[in-house]
Design a protein around this ligand. Structure first.
Ligand SMILES: CC(C)(COP(=O)(O)OP(=O)(O)OC[C@H]1O[C@@H](n2cnc3c(N)ncnc32)[C@H](O)[C@@H]1OP(=O)(O)O)[C@@H](O)C(=O)NCCC(=O)NCCS
Length: 151
């Protein structure tokens, strides 16, 4: 069966949730159940900027990406930030993430966004092998400064 990349639907929640947890575990991160529920609610809310696509094959969800367009002082239409990208272990190396990124880029183009960009960890060599093929490094370095409970 061909791989399908499509927007997330309400019925995907049961399959999306373990992928989301595996993604957070990959980062050794922690996201509360309340935040997870809010994120899911925002994904489904057509009035919220957050967008999500899933990769599906034979009725099985293999991965997802989440992105949103934000305002920019340099651009009328804004920039699209791809915040999350995950492909399940058994589906890796087959171009699933590449197709998720390309779908997001195509959508950003329809929204007339001026740029699609994302961050990754320096030592995420697997992801960077893909990113070096499909995108250009920006040359910017990412800093963060504590402003609340999240740092
Ligand atoms: C990073 C990640 C999303 C890549 O997903 P994927 O579906 O395996 O990636 P793809 O198959 O689309 O990779 C596309 C290209 O990268 C190459 N690639 C991917 N994984 C590779 C690996 N482990 N070794 C060598 N090359 C690799 C593929 O050969 C492919 O190149 P090609 O299309 O020119 O043949 C996946 O490994 C993942 O979910 N990792 C854990 C979470 C994560 O790191 N997310 C990204 C956070 S920034």
């Amino acid at each position: 069966m061909p791989l399908t990349i499509r927007p997330v639907q309400n019925e995907d929640h049961t399959a999306w949730l373990p992928l989301w947890h595996a993604y957070i575990a990959f980062y050794k991160g922690s996201v509360s159940d309340a935040q997870t529920a809010l994120t899911w609610q925002r994904i489904l809310d057509p009035a919220h900027p957050l967008q999500a696509w899933v990769a599906e094959q034979d009725g099985v969800l293999l991965g997802f990406t989440h992105a949103f367009i934000h305002p920019s002082t340099w651009s009328d239409a804004g920039y699209c930030y791809l915040e999350d990208l995950f492909v399940s272990q058994t589906a890796r190396g087959q171009g699933v993430a590449r197709q998720l990124i390309e779908t997001c880029a195509a959508w950003a183009k329809t929204q007339r966004a001026d740029q699609l960009y994302w961050l990754t960890q320096e030592d995420n060599h697997t992801a960077r092998q893909l990113y070096d093929r499909v995108a250009q490094r920006s040359g910017f370095i990412h800093y963060k400064h504590a402003v609340g409970s999240c740092v």
